[in-house]
Design a protein around this ligand. Sequence first.
Ligand SMILES: [Zn+2]
Length: 114
Amino acid sequence: MHEWSLALEIIKSAEKEAKERNAKSVSEIFLEIGVLNNIVVEQLKDSFEIAKRETMLNDSVLFVKEIEGVAFCNNCKKSFKITLPFIFCPRCTEVDVKIEKGDELNLTKMTLEF
Ligand SMILES: [Zn+2]
């Protein structure tokens, strides 16, 4: 249950942040999730809805921005869009690639209520 533990983690860090700023509650949470994290956004939102109950995030809304995967081929010296589940260069089928985008997992913004 990847999504469930991530939801718990988000709530925990948001509550910590909110308490430090003496907020009453959290009304909005904004996340950026790269596709390479293999997070099913709908499952994450479902988990969040359950896990947030009776916390400072009880009435909060979760917004998720998905970020596509981009890698750089060390052979062609060009970037390409990653299509999961396999990561290889579509031009030369090289697997020696460097991930440039898509492994993000960030809580980018949250709205606090005072
Ligand atoms: Zn290549």
